[in-house]
Design a protein around this ligand. Structure first.
Ligand code: SF4
Length: 309
């Protein structure tokens, strides 16, 4: 089941524009997070255990060395790359320091651009100008904004430390400068319903967005939600619940928006629940099957995704 038959995937989008596969190489550049270091808060978002999204062992290595290791892992599969600053808040630093780190990645062989993951309230105008400058030099720049939901009540409940307004401001500014925005959304946050998923997707699309990264809520060791789950106060999404929500959200997304991800996996023992998220393929295949049965990306908009072989 080929997902790109039903979804405008990043992999397919990059392949059609570069004429060959372009892969993301993940970097850990030792950033921290204002929601953990006391600037905004100390506990972090309730779903977060930073150790679950980054390999702490490689964090100390120089960026070129990290890229080298990751590129070797992909040897024979790809020869062009996007450097992905993923861990923590990758715009949280002095602009000169950010420039040095980003340039280290951009000057590595066969790098075509950057993906920079961050919080919506942590992207200054100076950072946007820096990223815009790389874009003007011909690099592909993706600003990956963790929004998770457009519902301010949920954002407060999960202790994000920002609301929809901060997302709206930075998204509009970034896109006005030609920087592509990829918005991260989580399905299954505590207290959220089908209506919240629909409202979030519709709000993000109405504001304007270039990419979406969609994933189910992972309950991971060390997070606040892990305690709530173990105390029986929250439940985890079933595969069926996730697939239904993801299919609806993808179908409401216009064809030109690129999906960087439509599900996500995590490993035990870090992952506590849902167990199906341990399987690399189950979520992906099920979402693809759901789309194949009821219509692909854009089926519920006026601009459906056109199959591109
Ligand atoms: S999810 Fe991101 S913003 Fe939230 S605490 Fe973790 S690193 Fe910080």
């Amino acid at each position: 089941m080929q997902l790109h038959h039903w979804v405008n995937t990043l992999g397919q989008d990059l392949k059609s524009r570069y004429g060959e596969a372009v892969r993301k190489l993940t970097i850990h550049a030792n950033f921290t997070c204002p929601n953990r270091d006391g600037t905004l808060g100390k506990g972090g978002c309730t779903f977060c255990n930073v150790a679950s999204f980054a390999d702490e062992q490689i964090a100390a290595a120089p960026i070129a060395e990290q890229l080298n290791v990751k590129a070797q892992e992909l040897a024979g599969k790809s020869d062009k790359y996007l450097a992905y600053f993923q861990a923590y808040t990758s715009t949280y630093g002095e602009v000169m320091t950010l420039d040095r780190l980003y340039q280290e990645a951009l000057t590595y062989r066969n790098i075509v651009g950057l993906c920079v993951g961050t919080r919506p309230d942590c992207v200054s105008d100076a950072v946007l100008e820096l990223l815009s400058g790389y874009q003007q030099q011909g690099f592909e720049i993706w600003l990956e904004l963790g929004l998770q939901t457009s519902n301010d009540k949920t954002l407060k409940r999960i202790n994000r430390g920002h609301g929809w307004a901060e997302y709206e401001t930075v998204c509009l500014k970034a896109r006005a400068l030609g920087i592509k925005v990829c918005t991260h959304l989580i399905v299954g946050l505590p207290g959220e319903t089908w209506q919240d998923y629909q409202n979030t997707l519709d709000a993000v699309v109405a504001l304007g967005v270039d990419g979406i990264k969609l994933h189910p809520l992972h309950i991971v060791q060390g997070s606040t939600l892990a305690k709530a789950y173990q105390a029986g106060k929250i439940t985890a999404l079933t595969l069926e619940q996730y697939v239904d929500a993801a299919v609806m959200m993808i179908q409401r997304t216009p064809a030109e928006v690129v999906f960087h991800r439509v599900s996500a996996t995590a490993r035990k023992p870090t992952l506590i629940a849902p167990a199906w998220c341990e399987d690399r393929w189950q979520g992906l295949i099920s979402v693809a099957q759901g789309l194949a049965a009821s219509g692909g990306q854009g089926a519920q908009t006026t601009n459906p995704y056109v199959f591109n072989s």
